[in-house]
Design a binder for this molecule. Structure first.
Ligand SMILES: Cc1cc2nc3c(=O)[nH]c(=O)nc-3n(C[C@H](O)[C@H](O)[C@H](O)COP(=O)(O)OP(=O)(O)OC[C@H]3O[C@@H](n4cnc5c(N)ncnc54)[C@H](O)[C@@H]3O)c2cc1C
Length: 484
């Protein structure tokens, strides 16, 4: 729906709440403040054409967003209101809508990605020309931007002292939920949310959505995870087990509030809860890091590693993407990503390390591929995770620590259960052979390596030495100091 066809209720003033990566109507900072303004509140979501243009025609994220918006719409209807949606450029559409609703303020939650910051600056300026304010609130994290700094007032580049400081700073007020019940709503006539087809995407994308969407999906996953949280520490590294929360898409799209997530684990009453909380703090660590260092979205943080001479073989990259490297754990991981839009954290570390240090391919190629495929894609965490695995980032894996994919596979998928789920060609291999079929003393008679499943595309020991040489040649990175 073009926003121009939207007919405003009347010329009475309104407050406009602009939903972006916060697709819920409870515990929502911007909505809370909009409702407090005393004016009837209208909610809007813009399908940003600049972002949509760069996506493939089948994208589970669009299906997730749409399903989440339908849940928001259903709630708004209970208040006699409607969700306004439009497809286009928010820099133009938000000021237009503010004018047609006679809004004196637009309320939204802060977004720390570089493109979002630039978009918000433009919207702020254009609204200003109409005497409308853009009011932005912290909602997506507990501590944003430069709220947690070192004693020298510098941004942290090392996680452990950042986490220590984060834990010292947090107070119960920081996780208090925002009341979104008091206030009034704009009474609007019926609005339809565009279908995936109308947005230029294939409608069957939603059939591929394996994760329950919307705030209701988030609450279901959270309830399921609650009894498991205490075993998180022991189970989280095993992709065949249901050890993790699967909440990342909900934190990404804000169908779950970070305050509610943190409240589950803080104050921590078990090692499992403390470890899970640590992961949420990693998320904030990477958020603040990207805000301070937006250039790291596209270049290595460590100056010595900005132009590592990776050979970047295209055919190896294709094999990695398609899950046919001949390393079963890597192939299972990549097929999980391709089929579901999700990849377990341990496997993200293994497959990222394999791309950079075994296949000698620039981390940015892998980062782009994950960005295309992950339902929970988040620039700060993805870039952070890739630069960690590639040894190019802040607080990264040292370059000489190189995962052996076979050892990792034996350790974290000992029975080969996960591999069998995604690499059915290996179903009949026993738990010894399945991690490295080329080393097996005995294989099933009807299984031919190179015919039924690829022989390994590279030799790990050879590539390991080449990777070490490549990094050494670039010189030692400068030590990271401060961070107290
Ligand atoms: C190469 C690589 C790329 C990654 N890309 C992304 C990404 O695009 N988006 C994303 O949300 N996470 C990313 N991660 C981090 C992590 O793998 C996922 O957050 C996690 O697997 C999501 O599953 P979960 O919700 O079940 O996590 P849980 O284990 O239940 O963790 C709870 C939450 O903590 C946060 N979290 C957990 N681990 C990390 C971490 N290492 N860094 C930052 N936050 C973390 C997530 O929000 C997650 O939902 C990446 C990690 C690596 C190594």
């Amino acid at each position: 729906m073009p926003i121009h066809s939207f007919s405003p209720p009347n010329q009475d003033p309104h407050a406009l709440c602009w939903l972006r990566r916060d697709l819920r109507l409870h515990d929502h900072a911007a909505l809370h403040h909009a409702l407090k303004s005393g004016l009837p509140v209208a909610c809007v979501f813009i399908f940003d054409s600049t972002i949509l243009q760069s996506l493939p025609s089948q994208d589970v994220r669009l299906a997730f967003i749409r399903e989440s918006l339908l849940q928001v719409q259903e709630q708004l209807r209970q208040f006699g209101s409607e969700l306004i949606t439009a497809h286009g450029d928010p820099e133009q559409l938000i000021p237009e809508l503010a004018a047609s609703l006679n809004a004196n303020a637009v309320y939204a939650n802060e977004d720390y990605e570089p493109a979002a910051i630039s978009r918000d600056q433009t919207v702020l300026q254009r609204l200003g020309e109409q005497d409308v304010t853009l009011q932005l609130f912290k909602d997506h994290v507990i501590f944003a931007r430069d709220e947690i700094l070192t004693q020298q007032k510098q941004p942290y580049t090392v996680f452990t002292p950042y986490k220590r400081n984060w834990l010292t700073r947090i107070r119960s007020e920081d996780v208090q939920s925002y009341d979104c019940k008091q206030g009034s709503w704009a009474q609007l006539s019926s609005q339809a949310i565009p279908s995936l087809n109308e947005l230029g995407f294939q409608d069957d994308s939603k059939d591929q959505l394996l994760s329950p969407a919307g705030w209701q999906g988030a609450q279901t996953l959270l309830e399921q995870f609650e009894p498991r949280i205490h075993a998180y520490q022991e189970r989280r590294d095993f992709p065949a087990k249901r050890g993790v929360s699967y909440l990342a898409p909900h934190l990404r799209f804000g169908t779950l509030s970070i305050r509610q997530a943190v409240s589950l684990a803080w104050p921590s009453d078990s090692d499992g809860a403390a470890t899970w909380l640590s992961e949420l703090i990693w998320r904030e660590f990477y958020q603040q890091f990207l805000w301070h260092h937006p250039e790291t979205a596209t270049e290595s943080f460590k100056p010595a590693y900005k132009s590592l001479p990776f050979p970047n073989r295209e055919d190896w990259f294709e094999a990695w993407k398609e899950g046919r490297t001949g390393y079963p754990i890597v192939d299972a991981a990549m097929r999980q990503l391709n089929q579901t839009g999700y990849m377990h954290n341990r496997l993200r570390m293994i497959s990222a390390s394999f791309l950079v240090k075994d296949l000698l391919i620039d981390w940015r190629w892998g980062e782009h591929y994950f960005a295309e495929k992950l339902l929970d894609y988040d620039m700060a965490s993805n870039v952070g995770g890739w630069q960690w695995a590639a040894s190019t980032g802040c607080d990264a894996q040292p370059y000489f620590r190189i995962f052996n994919p076979v050892t990792q596979s034996r350790k974290f998928d000992p029975e080969g259960q996960f591999i069998r789920r995604y690499v059915p060609e290996l179903l009949n291999l026993d738990k010894q052979a399945i991690h490295a079929p080329w080393q097996a003393k005995q294989l099933p008679l009807d299984f031919k390596l190179g015919q039924h499943y690829p022989a390994p595309v590279v030799d790990h020991d050879v590539q390991r030495h080449l990777a070490l040489a490549l990094f050494k040649q670039a010189g030692e990175p400068e030590p990271i100091d401060g961070n107290t």
